[in-house]
Design a protein around this ligand. Structure first.
Ligand code: ATP
Ligand code: MG
Length: 423
């Protein structure tokens, strides 16, 4: 292999699932030491490319073309060969560290294991090396944190542990798939800063997957824009932001620069979501939800301290504040998933603060919540169709045909293809 060979090369890589193309034949090359960003709207095939490169696609995926790493062809390798590569020469960090770390093992041990998996060494040597890695990723007080469990760390600290695991064997390539989406803005910047400095300290190459164009312009050397499984545009970051060539890229930049927000939030599909049938006409003067002096306490900690506000019919109210200020505890109390210690919640004229589980039934149907982490909220063993079917039958839609028709309408309304029902 000569020095001119790119570190990673995708040669007409194509991936499909049950006859549906997720990635159309795509060419992509990453040079040593560079940070390449892959951007594009949800479902455009970014993670599929990452997983293909790691040999982590599910068995039903049909993969064609070639993937070469340091000139070596990866597709068609045996699982044993993939295992020797993964976490060693190529590593990946995921969006949600909580689902990737083992909840039952102290974090220090997980870092040590990432090392001993590929490098035989004594357990004392592994412990020392793991401590050095935790220090390298700037985890505060590494020796005290070594024996902590993942749930005892903050989101940003967990992501640092994930990065320590990923870089333990000094991989040539680090793939970071939305590494900061689950974190708040200040922590996001620290983590990206860390990834970028490790790139230089460890002479790594980084493939960064993100929907945040601000992140791209600040950190990436080069960008590939994807849409519907195909490459739309490829340029250096400087050129792309100065002079996007394709109308799609221009629309993307225009949409996200408006609010400085990520692509997912300006995704036009969101605004297309139309509401279910029999939508009553809304009277905007009517108070729908009334929170009065709501308090939530956890043992010695007061998480919500006497909050009062109204939400009128048809209104969207924003609840903002820094990490840990009590937003989720307050919404937990409003949905009665957490018992408030003081105050009252009145919905549509009815006090629901102390209602029994049984009496709450109609309330549960009318007040719904979407959680931060969809992975933690969806049962991985159920298809989309089953999950929706169960939600409808719990709320009394028992006739099969009515349920099926509703499921189809809902899936369409949120912009998913009908084929997603079987996934
Ligand atoms: N295991 C799977 N089985 C069937 N279809 C899949 C599977 N994984 C991904 N797909 C489909 O492949 C397409 C590309 O998905 P992919 O996860 O790569 O998108 P993405 O660009 O990473 O999106 P996001 O920004 O939402 O993470 C989508 O249509 C998706 O539904
Ligand atoms: Mg993805």
């Amino acid at each position: 292999m000569n020095a001119a060979t790119p570190l990673l090369e995708l040669d007409k890589l194509a991936v499909s699932f049950d006859g549906h193309a997720a990635v159309h034949p795509i060419d992509l090359a990453i040079e040593r030491g560079e940070m390449l960003a892959l951007v594009g709207e949800s479902g455009s095939g970014k993670s599929t490319i990452a997983l293909a490169t790691m040999g982590l696609l599910p068995s039903q995926a049909r993969v064609q073309g070639a993937i070469r790493f340091e000139g070596q062809s990866l597709l068609g390798q045996r699982e044993r060969e993939w295992s020797a590569l993964r976490g060693n020469r190529v590593s990946m960090i995921f969006q949600e560290p909580m689902t990737s770390l083992n909840p039952l093992q102290p974090v220090g041990r997980q870092v040590a294991e990432a090392l001993t998996l590929h490098r035989p060494m004594s357990s004392q040597a592994a412990r020392n090396a793991a401590l050095e890695l935790l220090d390298l990723v700037r985890l505060p007080e590494p020796s005290r944190r070594f024996d902590s469990y993942p749930h005892e760390l903050s989101g940003g600290q967990r992501q640092r542990v994930m990065i320590a695991i990923a870089v333990a064997c000094r991989p040539g390539l680090l793939i970071a798939d939305e590494p900061t989406t689950a974190l708040d803005v200040t922590i996001q910047a620290q983590i990206l800063e860390l990834i970028d400095s490790l790139r230089r300290e460890l002479a790594m190459t980084v493939l960064l997957i993100t929907h945040d164009l601000g992140v791209v312009s600040r950190w990436a050397d080069r960008v590939i824009v994807m849409k519907d499984g195909a490459k739309v545009e490829e340029a250096t970051s400087a050129a792309l932001f100065a002079q996007p060539k394709q109308p799609y890229t221009r629309a993307l930049l225009g949409a996200s620069l408006h609010f400085g927000a990520g692509l997912h939030y300006s995704d036009t599909r969101l605004t297309e979501v139309h509401c279910e049938e029999r939508r009553p006409s809304v009277d905007p003067s009517r108070v729908l939800l009334e929170a009065k002096d709501v308090c939530v306490d956890y043992r010695a900690v007061r998480a919500v301290d006497g909050v009062s506000f109204d939400v009128r019919a048809g209104e969207t109210v924003g609840l903002v504040g820094e990490s840990g200020c009590g937003k989720s505890s307050l919404s937990g109390a409003l949905t009665r998933l957490i018992e408030p210690t003081r105050g009252s919640i009145v919905f549509d004229g009815e006090d629901v603060t102390h209602q029994s589980r049984h009496a709450l039934r109609p309330y549960r149907r009318r007040v719904q919540m979407i959680f931060q982490d969809p992975y933690g909220s969806l049962n991985p063993r159920h298809t989309v169709e089953r999950t929706l079917g169960l939600a409808l039958s719990i709320h009394g839609v028992s006739a099969r045909r009515e349920r099926d028709a509703k499921i189809r309408r809902i899936v369409d309304a949120v912009g998913l293809p009908a084929s997603a029902l079987r996934r």
